[in-house]
Write a protein that binds this ligand. Structure first.
Ligand code: LRH
Ligand code: MN
Length: 429
């Protein structure tokens, strides 16, 4: 396996950081032991934890106003895979890539799967795209896709999703993520009931061809690109649609797809309760679907989501195997640095949630000792778990200080020499 960053550089920098890491790890180990927690057991859980990176996150993102490319950013799926391999080589927590079609379309998917494997990568959920028109496309999605009024347009959208499943089978995926931007900008523009019926009828045609070991992950979103109504706008619409479709249909929670201050961790608990928690698109936001770096605005919310996931792990419902994926738009940072930092933050929230003294929490909950219940979570949240993640990462061959190693590798400036420049533009990719 030829990996993009020099293993000697990683080893040399790890040697420089090792003594400090071992000191921090030992000190944290003593602190956790006093609470009856074995730090090596938590490290083992963290070593098993992983989150997929979005192929579309490897390039600079933008808004409707503008996108500011950086020299050396990837221009196709091959270069995106190379960059995702850097994130996996240094961080050791992102061994899978979630591709998006047709953005990542190639001629030979078997070869693409081998190419990814040669970089230490596999593929997670495939994402369909019926929110943009492609050159030469017979029917426009301007008035929707799976919920479109026009039957030929719905059929085209169904066909595209079935094509994504076929591609995914060749890539070794077992999940199809279906997000549709279908909705309206004006009251009365579409019948709110009939548009959902059209969506359900079309989604059922996709569901009908899902391979036995596959899942269809329905992604709800409150608004954008539609600004009056959205067909699958919230977890309620999503779980009802998933229940209507069948056991292989689950719900995907994109953290940025809710109104400000919505209790997302409770949505996670509800979807889990009914066996419909299929996956996540991790990111953060302050206002709308800002697609900011995970935990960069509200790390406590991300911790509380993982607190529900650890509780769910302890009380599994049918098929509890949520797909963890990042979905961010890197408008002002180097995408590799953002995904290294975000994967670290996500894994930190998982590790903190694993530190919660569940017996003390449950006892306080059962005796209505509100303060001690809250303190059981807060103690874990306040624990600096960075030494555990760094030790797990180093033992897996990664870098103790991922951003230092990435910058010292001068990977981006090397790619700026090799890759063609990305043109100015606007939009998410
Ligand atoms: C929609 C969304 C969806 C992707 C797109 C790139 O906002 O979250 O998951 O298809 O972003
Ligand atoms: Mn998403």
């Amino acid at each position: 396996m030829i990996l993009p960053i020099s293993a000697d550089l990683i080893a040399e920098r790890n040697t420089a950081h090792l003594a400090a890491l071992e000191d921090d790890y030992a000190a944290l180990g003593r602190k956790l032991a006093r609470a009856g927690i074995d730090i090596d057991a938590v490290k083992a859980k963290v070593a098993q934890f992983s989150v997929a990176v979005p192929s579309w996150g490897a390039g600079r993102g933008g808004t409707r106003f503008a996108k500011f490319p950086i020299p050396g950013e990837p221009t196709n799926i091959h270069e995106k895979l190379e960059d995702c391999a850097v994130i996996q080589q240094l961080g050791r927590a992102t061994p899978r890539v979630s591709p998006h079609f047709p953005w990542d379309k190639v001629g030979d998917y078997k070869a693409l799967r081998e190419e990814a494997a040669s970089l230490g990568l596999g593929f997670d959920a495939v994402n369909s795209n019926t929110f943009q028109d492609q050159p030469g496309q017979p029917h426009t999605y301007a008035n929707g896709s799976l919920a479109a009024q026009d039957a030929a347009t719905r059929a085209q959208a169904v066909e595209h999703n079935i094509e994504c499943i076929e591609i995914g089978r060749q890539l070794g995926s077992t999940d199809l993520t279906v997000w549709v931007g279908d909705g309206t900008n004006f009251p009365g523009q579409q019948d709110l009931g009939r548009s959902l019926d059209r969506y359900l009828e079309a989604a059922a045609q996709i569901y009908a061809v899902l391979p036995d070991d596959w899942r269809m992950l329905l992604e709800h979103k409150m608004f954008e690109p539609a600004f009056y109504s959205t067909v699958i706008s919230d977890w309620g619409s999503s779980i009802l649609a998933a229940q209507e479709l069948g056991p292989k249909a689950k719900c995907l929670v994109d953290l940025g797809h809710h109104a400000p201050n919505v209790n997302i961790e409770q949505i996670v608990a509800r979807l889990h309760r009914f066996g419909k928690l299929g996956g996540f698109h991790f990111n953060d936001s302050k206002y709308g679907d800002d697609d900011l770096d995970s935990g960069s605005i509200n790390p406590h919310q991300l911790f509380l989501v993982f607190n529900e996931l650890v509780e769910a792990e302890l009380n599994p419902r049918d098929g509890f195997n949520p797909s963890y994926m990042i979905d961010q738009s890197h408008n002002v940072t180097d995408p590799i640095e953002s995904m290294l930092s975000s994967a670290e933050t996500i894994a930190q929230c998982y590790a903190k949630a694993a530190l919660v003294d569940r017996a003390a929490l449950h006892a306080a909950q059962e005796s209505n000792d509100t303060m001690m219940a809250f303190q059981a979570l807060r103690r874990a949240y306040n624990t600096d778990v960075a030494p555990i993640l760094a030790m797990a990462r180093m033992e897996a061959g990664g870098a103790i200080d991922v951003l230092e190693a990435f910058r010292l590798s001068q990977y981006r400036s090397r790619k700026a020499q090799e890759r063609k420049a990305v043109g100015l533009g606007a939009g998410i990719v």
